[in-house]
Ligand binder design. Structure first.
Ligand SMILES: [Zn+2]
Length: 182
């Protein structure tokens, strides 16, 4: 009786929580694929993992990760320089025009720290919920896109846009592109 109840609980938990995997690179011989090495230890929602196996003779495996581990470890990091000088073009060396968009929405370089924290917070949450899209994978790692939403400062309403992150081992993300388009 007791045992039966325990089994039921396990079953319910299993079917209820999203399935996450850890990409594990296994060294076989001396050849290493740069991309597989960058994926080593990274967490993905199983349905949104990079195509696997990644290449002929890929020895990598996708190991199940407990969703509690994903929730506990999902975290983000960004360099302040992605906002200042890059996003707000404070040194006139980044003529991408993104600073004009943010100014139009009522944001200036004074808001850079707030934006940095807000991006980190929203991206960590969305990543742990599996709300991301796979981007480019190359020798610098797997990029993912996450939609961020912030309030307009010039009038009522919100604006939402894509931010770009690199997936790092152990549930971590590093900011790549603070504004990657609408
Ligand atoms: Zn591989």
């Amino acid at each position: 009786m007791y045992f039966k109840q325990w089994q039921t609980v396990l079953f319910v938990q299993k079917s209820d929580s999203p399935e996450w995997v850890r990409w594990v690179h296994q060294s076989e011989g001396y050849t290493h694929c740069d991309e597989c090495l960058m994926l080593d230890g990274c967490f993905f929602l199983r349905s949104k993992a990079p195509p696997w196996p990644h290449h002929p003779n890929c020895h990598c495996i996708l190991e199940p990760v407990d969703y509690a581990v994903v929730q506990k470890n999902a975290s983000t990091y960004s360099d302040y320089s992605k906002f200042d000088p890059y996003l707000f073009n404070t040194q006139n060396r980044h003529p991408h025009g993104k600073d004009k968009l943010f100014k139009q929405w009522g944001y200036t370089v004074e808001d850079a720290s707030w934006l940095q924290k807000e991006f980190e917070k929203q991206a960590a949450k969305k990543y742990s919920l599996g709300e991301y899209e796979l981007g480019v994978l190359n020798k610098y790692g797997q990029r993912i896109n996450i939609r961020i939403e912030i309030p307009r400062q010039d009038r009522a309403g919100d604006i939402s846009f894509i931010t770009g992150w690199t997936v790092c081992p152990g549930g971590k993300l590093k900011l790549n592109t603070p504004y990657g388009g609408r």
